[in-house]
Design a protein around this ligand. Structure first.
Ligand SMILES: Nc1nc2c(ncn2[C@@H]2O[C@H](COP(=O)(O)OP(=O)(O)OP(=O)(O)O)[C@@H](O)[C@H]2O)c(=O)[nH]1
Ligand SMILES: [Mg+2]
Length: 329
């Protein structure tokens, strides 16, 4: 452990939020390994909640509401707000400062905005580390907010115990949801902006789509909220609590966390390999006159000889996918 890490670790031990903030910064710059070795053993206590949904649906406002409910119960809260599309997060930080207003000055609420692009292991790397450090620090609840733009919401479902998918009425074709694979990852659907005239219609559409699926175990619940007016947040919190209880009682929690662990390991390993082969891929692509398979062989064959026992096996089904389309299986 370097001197810098030792100083951070001492602050962290002393429960200083600066220690936590710096540990996350180390992880963001790809240098969090030593601190993670030190503190990972303390993780596993926090309830982790992923909150995803399209831009502007009200995720930050919902976060603010959930913080309010959790704080009223005396729980400490960590928020990781991820912008998966940008290497910079200044805009996101300013936006969240407005939405999360009062909570910014609460010493029992720790808020961190981060960009995830370009970090080792992508979202799973940087965000996963931030969640783990908050958990090890002793925060009771950790919420990860991320804009749903393709892969990011799937990643959140891999990492969090409970995944909330927020949707807003009147935003268009519900078939988009099906195609985006969002139905399969939601433990709880949040129809926010329930004051909107199309809100009931959206709830009907979600229920209609759920009828086309078979669920093994937990059946996603639907909660309508008006985050800006603080309506429905208690119910949402109760629903999250029910899902957590279900995970614990069914033994699903342990399975899910093992799967999350594997996901992070895979992302870190692939991230390291990617960094090492990037230059070679570019060089081979420049020179190659053959097809992509031949070019890939040129790079991968030496690696495969180092990992001789590596067999082609099907990737395991992620633990968070518990729904299947009726009639397909
Ligand atoms: N009408 C209505 N507006 C709401 C409600 N909840 C939030 N809003 C508004 O929706 C806008 C977006 O809210 P945010 O909480 O920033 O949404 P977000 O999903 O975090 O947005 P990004 O992080 O930019 O993707 C704000 O103007 C909120 O005041 C609600 O229940 N009803
Ligand atoms: Mg937001």
């Amino acid at each position: 452990m370097t001197d810098a890490d030792a100083r951070i670790a001492a602050l962290f031990e002393a429960k200083s939020p600066r220690g936590l903030a710096r540990a996350i910064s180390r992880a963001e710059s790809g240098q969090g390994a030593a601190l993670m070795h030190r503190f990972f053993g303390r993780t596993g206590r926090a309830a982790t909640i992923g909150l995803t949904g399209p831009p502007g649906v009200g995720k930050s406002t919902l976060c603010s509401g959930l913080i309010g409910v959790a704080r009223a119960q005396g729980k400490t809260v960590g928020i990781v707000s991820v912008d998966p599309s940008s290497p910079f997060s200044h805009g996101a930080i300013l936006g969240d400062r407005i939405r999360l207003g009062e909570h910014f000055t609460d010493p029992d609420v720790f808020i961190r905005s981060m960009a995830s692009r370009g970090h080792l292991g992508g979202l799973a790397g940087a965000t996963g580390d931030a969640v783990a450090f908050m958990d090890a620090f002793g925060l009771d609840v950790v919420i990860v907010e991320t804009v749903g733009v393709g892969q990011s919401e799937i990643e959140i479902a891999e990492l969090a115990d409970t995944t909330l998918v927020a949707l807003q009425p009147g935003s268009g074709d519900s078939v988009q949801l099906l195609k985006a694979g969002i139905l399969e990852i939601a433990d709880v659907f949040v129809v926010n902006k329930a004051d909107h005239p199309m809100a009931l219609q959206l709830q009907r559409e979600i229920r209609g789509m759920m009828e086309m699926l078979d669920f093994s175990g937990w059946v996603p619940e639907l909660v309508a909220t008006q985050a800006r007016e603080n309506v429905g947040l208690d119910r949402l919190w109760e629903t999250i609590g029910r899902h957590e209880a279900y995970l614990r009682e069914s033994g699903e929690l342990a399975r899910k966390r093992r799967s999350a662990f594997a996901h992070r390991v895979r992302a870190l390993v692939l991230g390291r390999l990617e960094a090492r082969i990037a230059a070679r891929v570019a060089a081979v692509a420049q020179q190659s006159s053959g097809d992509p398979y031949a070019a890939a062989d040129e790079i991968a064959a030496p690696l495969e000889s180092v990992l001789p026992e590596m067999e082609r096996t099907a990737l395991p089904e992620p633990a968070f996918v518990t729904a299947s389309v009726k009639g397909l299986r």
